[in-house]
Design a protein around this ligand. Structure first.
Ligand SMILES: [Ca+2]
Length: 80
């Protein structure tokens, strides 16, 4: 599998309702969006959001089938 490291999934999708961006799998509607001014641009052809270093680390919409690495938020845990 080839990974492309300048784009990372951030867990947002508008697959169920176009233009309504929700976190997967919780389906919580995103309260913060940071789209690049040219994005999202691909409508129903691209239903997953990613950050892209080539777009000032702002959001771009991409087809969900692309094989990018993900950025995840974890609970603050005490590792000892
Ligand atoms: Ca879309």
């Amino acid at each position: 599998m080839m990974l492309i490291d300048h784009i990372h999934w951030i867990g947002l999708t508008d697959e169920t309702t176009e233009w309504t961006w929700k976190y997967y799998p919780s389906e919580k509607i995103a309260e913060f969006l940071n789209w690049h001014p040219s994005q999202p641009e691909k409508g129903t052809k691209s239903n997953c959001a990613a950050i892209n270093s080539g777009y000032n680390y702002q959001y771009v919409d991409e087809p969900c089938t692309k094989q990018y690495q993900s950025i995840c938020e974890l609970a603050n845990v005490n590792i000892t």
